[in-house]
Design a protein around this ligand. Structure first.
Ligand code: PLP
Length: 413
């Protein structure tokens, strides 16, 4: 079947032809490229065309596709069966690895997706504090659970409105929205509602409005406010965990979190995520405590095996200096090319994640990100695709490098 025939057939059986909306290429006025296989930093479509991949499973393939160590471990795990719905030694091994490498992770629970990790961490925070309100930043994405599907706050102070049909105003009425990097806004919301706030949830480096790093003092102010008002600080590190160093960005920014959510890089690309924190909080979870959280597939042997193999490889090979260096080369190359072409482009980069905004203004929040020229990104995206570079099919997504991108591939881009 041709790529277009596959897509048309997909549309007959799957809403919009895809299992996650951004894959539809609608944000760039295009059609998805059905992929046949992947290895290292390359993808091949169903017609055998090769692309240099800068999506990398949306950040989950930090070692590269079909990494030999992960593949071997998965192959040998497979023959044992893969979902026992019972405790395994591998779950213990992965939990020990995570607790040994992520600061403030005294206990951890494994789940299947980042959505579940954040949703469960929030439930735990509400139970621990006995409060209901959650502070979220505009432009941060924490998965598709109801309470997090809130759009930009309207004129009505910090009140949130759902950004998805099917989510009721009630379901988001306990989510307070503040612009990213807005310390004053955060202080104000705490002055008004501090005693009701269970937790702040934040992407410590935002990656879902393009890359927006935290400004100096933003994360530490969040920590200070949580301390002052007795709220918890939840770092959603589904993207950032194990991406910039072997562990959590708490150590990069010198800011401690009460609960940390992990996914993507630690998952090895299988459905695996985690949330954890101090014992006193985590022991609120059933069966020890009264906070219910569960999963038929949680901790299944295949996903956990991919996670362990990935973490072991990351720890041994330490790809982080290479990832940083390649990120820097890519940023410099794009900025120089844009300058040569006389185009207004801002490159936001943090380590091995990067995004480009067609604007001459610095981008520090969602409003700034939305102010960039998405039509220009669309043109750029399709021209890059024609030249064999597979970028995120949306101007508001991050590009990800992996350990399998060498300097020559980055220069190729
Ligand atoms: N949190 C962040 C920061 C994310 O980027 C994502 C997904 O992109 C999620 C949570 C949700 O993770 P999942 O798609 O695995 O449910």
């Amino acid at each position: 079947m041709s790529p277009h025939a596959i897509y048309l057939e997909a549309c007959r059986h799957i809403p919009g032809g895809v299992n996650s909306p951004v894959r539809s290429f609608r944000a760039v006025n295009g059609y998805p490229v059905p992929i046949e296989r992947a290895a290292g930093c390359r993808l091949w479509d169903v017609e055998g065309r090769c692309y240099l991949d800068l999506v990398m499973g949306w950040g989950s393939m930090i070692l590269g596709h079909a990494h030999p160590r992960v593949l071997d471990r998965l192959r040998s795990a497979l023959s044992r069966g893969w979902n026992f719905g019972a405790l395994t030694g591998e779950e213990v091994e992965l939990a020990r690895l995570l607790c040994g490498s992520v600061k403030n992770l005294e206990k951890v629970r494994l789940v299947n997706s980042g959505t579940e990790a954040v949703m469960s961490a929030v439930r735990l925070a509400r139970a621990f504090t006995g409060r209901n309100m959650i502070v979220k930043f505009d432009g941060c994405y924490h998965g598709h659970s109801d309470g997090f599907l809130v759009g930009a706050g309207s004129g009505a102070g910090f009140l949130s409105v759902p950004c998805s049909k099917g989510v009721t105003e009630n379901q988001v009425s306990e989510t307070l929205l503040v612009p990213y990097n807005d310390v004053e806004g955060l202080e104000e919301v705490f002055r008004e509602r501090g005693e009701e706030i269970a937790a702040i949830v934040v992407e410590p480096v935002a990656g879902n409005m393009g890359v927006v790093p935290p400004l100096e003092g933003f994360l530490s102010s969040a920590r200070d406010l949580c301390d002052k008002y007795g709220s918890l600080l939840i770092f959603d590190e589904v993207i950032t965990g194990f991406r910039f160093l072997f562990g959590s960005v708490q150590e990069l920014f010198g800011v401690e979190a009460d609960l940390v959510c992990l996914g993507k890089a630690m998952s090895g690309g299988l459905p695996l995520a985690a949330f954890g924190g101090r014992c006193e909080i985590m022991e609120g979870l059933s069966p020890l405590g009264d906070v219910y959280q569960a999963g038929t597939m949680a901790g299944n042997l295949l996903a956990v095996t991919a996670g362990i193999a990935t973490l072991e490889e990351l720890e041994e090979m330490n790809p982080y200096p290479q990832l940083e260096n390649n990120g820097r080369i890519l940023e410099k190359g794009i900025s120089e090319a844009a300058e040569e072409a006389g185009l207004p482009v801002k490159v936001n980069r943090f380590g091995s994640m990067l995004s480009i905004f067609f604007t001459d203004k610095d981008v520090r929040d969602l409003e700034g990100a939305k102010g960039s020229n998405s039509g220009m990104y669309t043109t750029f995206f399709h021209e890059m695709l024609k030249r064999g570079v597979y970028l995120p099919p949306s101007p508001l997504e991050s590009w990800f490098l992996s350990a399998s991108h060498g300097q020559s591939e980055v220069e190729e881009v």
